[in-house]
Design a protein around this ligand. Structure first.
Ligand SMILES: [Zn+2]
Length: 349
């Protein structure tokens, strides 16, 4: 979605999209149509939890100040770069996707993978540097992706859908009547933590048997290893990988080569996901469920068993009505494109 337009005398409305991930922070400039006009490469390094091993409040503030300063510098740099193409640009806002972000408060709260302690007033800290910026909004990355799907992607003409992100974890964003559901306190849509197997695998959140422990990329790896234990060492080429080295991508590649254990891993993952999505449908009656993330690149290998399992577990009134689709957000820049959608959504109001 690169812009092909090089006419220097043009006005352009832009949004800044920022995605704060566990290891890196992407930042870019996006227009209303979802074109990425600029993306900071390489991405900014997100401060690591290791920088504040003792959980010191003072250290947290110091790391945060440096991080904010870097982001501010990179936003200004991004705007200057885009100005070389478009002489007259209008900054409509800054949208941020981050873990444990609270849309209502503009905060990042107790994020377990970041070195920051307690509640960080992230949008306020940015506002000090951009007092004229009309909109500065933050939400979690899966919510941002769902908004991106609605503003630019496959959900453009839909009012009710759910987007599931399958990656290190399982995230979700819920769109009802054309709006993202934030819930009472801003944290709605944690479908990854519904109980799939009572008393099952230990989840990163401390709970047991959550959907995330079966349908995230590491969850698939756990399933593959369980199957290897079940069928023995000669059962699969996956046996050549250590638990640390095996990825959902390798399972996908081996499945394509016909490895039956790799194929069964997808089958099982789809079964769990479909059963969970049937519950989602029972709650929300969406038009479609979009799937996003690494394991979704496997296409029908994951989508077919998911669809079959969902249909099997649906109430008759929903059967055959709900589409399961691959996300149409650009794969490489989906995170910043999604974050920027926060701005355009806020502009509508
Ligand atoms: Zn959990």
């Amino acid at each position: 979605m690169e812009s092909k337009n090089t006419n220097p005398i043009q006005s352009k409305k832009i949004a800044i999209g920022i995605d704060i991930g566990g290891t890196s922070t992407s930042l870019g400039v996006i227009d209303r149509e979802g074109h990425v006009l600029y993306e900071k490469k390489p991405a900014i390094q997100t401060p690591s939890k290791n920088e504040n091993p003792d959980g010191s409040k003072l250290k947290s503030e110091e790391i945060l100040n440096t991080f904010i300063q870097t982001i501010v510098t990179e936003i200004k740099n991004a705007i200057d770069t885009v100005k070389k193409t478009y002489s007259d640009i209008e900054l409509e806002g800054i949208g941020i996707g981050a873990p444990n972000a609270n849309y209502y408060q503009g905060t990042i709260e107790q994020a377990v993978n970041l070195p920051f302690i307690g509640i960080i007033h992230f949008t306020e800290l940015l506002r000090i540097h951009f007092p004229e910026c009309p909109i500065i909004k933050i939400t979690n990355d899966a919510n941002a992706a769902a908004l991106g799907e609605m503003i630019y992607g496959g959900g453009k003409n839909m009012k009710n859908f759910v987007l599931m992100t399958l990656g290190t974890g399982v995230g979700s964003g819920v769109i009802v009547n054309g709006n993202l559901v934030y819930g009472h306190d801003g944290f709605a849509g944690e479908i990854g933590h519904i109980t799939t197997v009572p008393g099952g695998r230990l989840c990163g959140c401390g709970g047991l048997g959550h959907l995330e422990t079966y349908c995230s990329a590491p969850g698939m790896v756990r399933t593959a290893f369980e199957l290897m234990v079940k069928y023995g060492t000669k059962s699969s080429s996956l046996i050549n990988y250590s638990f640390k080295d095996l990825t959902s991508k390798i399972i996908f590649e081996e499945a394509l080569k016909g490895d039956s254990l790799a194929n069964e891993t997808f089958e099982i993952t789809g079964n769990y996901l479909g059963e969970g999505l049937a519950d989602v449908v029972h709650h929300l009656s969406p038009e479609a469920i979009f799937l996003f993330g690494g394991p979704v690149a496997a296409g029908d290998l994951i989508i077919a068993p998911t669809k079959k399992s969902m249909e099997k577990h649906l109430l008759p009134v929903f059967k055959g009505k709900i589409k399961i689709l691959q996300s149409q957000l650009p794969k490489d820049s989906a995170a910043i494109v999604g974050a920027s959608a926060l701005v355009w959504k806020a502009c509508e109001k």
